[in-house]
Structure formats: C-alpha cells, structure tokens
Design a protein around this ligand. Structure first.
Ligand SMILES: [Zn+2]
Length: 155
C-alpha cells in the first residue's frame, strides 16, 4: 500500500488531494488529507484485499475448534471414506485426520475396521485361507510328515 499526492499521480483532485493505493491489486481511493490517508487500510477500498482477508480468517477460526460429529462425517464423505464412523469423537477426529492424510496403511491409533474399509486387501481374506489349505494339501500329497506340516502352519 502506498500514499501519494493526487497531483503526483496526475489524478483529478476533486475526490481528494491524497491517494491511497493498493499496489497488489492496482486499486486506489482518494482522500482529502494526508492524515486521512494514514487511517485508510487497503481492505477499506480494495475488493480483492477484502476477499483475501475474509478467506484467511475463516479457516484459522475453524482450526482452533475441534470438529463436530457432523463436520467429521462431512469431511469423511468428501474424502470418499465409506467405512465405519461409530467411534468416540476423539477417535473419529483421528480417523478424519488419517483419511485427510491419505489413509496410510500403517497408521497407529486408527481402528482396524476403518483401515480395513479403506484397505480391504490388508484384511486376511477367504482366498488366502483357501490358498493356505491348498498349500497344505500339496505338502501332504508330496508325502510330508506331520512335523513338516506343523512347521509350515506355524510359519
Ligand atoms: Zn488489494
């Protein structure tokens, strides 16, 4: 922001002999005196500065307040999360932060149900169980004794 004489900027002095300029947005306002110019802030006359100030203020206020259950649900829905949400507020907020961080698979303190909803492959599946049975059957078919099978099963 800059303060100049209207005459120095080749401006008509009808609206005021002094000019306050927002250099960022190329907007200005004219005022009658230098003292008046000093009391002017760019948000008083510059639409773009006002919009920027509003935009900055809102999220900062929100960040200090913990999310409500409704806000958590909205944040999760927005992130595409479809897993369980019936947790305590403290846990639910953790889940929101986790989802917003990209839902890493190796998250600590996140309920396993939530992780399994986002990473279904992390949960032991029926297919793995069937595959293990097939492996066991192959071992037995190849003449493995019971000790070898026990060793395989405990591995
Ligand atoms: Zn501005």
């Amino acid at each position: 922001m800059a303060i100049n004489r209207a005459a120095d900027l080749d401006l008509d002095q009808t609206d005021g002999k002094w000019v306050v300029t927002c250099e960022d947005h190329n907007t200005l306002v004219q005022v009658p005196s230098r003292n008046a110019a000093r009391t002017v802030s760019t948000v008083d006359f510059c639409e773009a500065c006002r919009t920027a100030a509003d935009g900055d203020a809102a999220p900062a206020e929100d960040a200090d307040k913990p999310l409500t259950r409704k806000q958590c649900a909205a944040a999760l829905a927005e992130a595409g999360y479809t897993g369980p949400t019936s947790y305590t507020m403290a846990v639910l907020r953790e889940v929101v932060a986790w989802v917003q961080a990209g839902s890493p698979k190796d998250a600590e303190g996140i309920p396993s149900g939530a992780i399994a909803a986002v990473h279904p492959e992390a949960k032991p599946s029926r297919r793995t169980y069937d595959a293990a049975l097939a492996d066991l059957r192959a071992l037995l078919d190849n003449g493995a004794d019971l000790d070898a099978v026990r060793e395989f099963a405990s591995a």
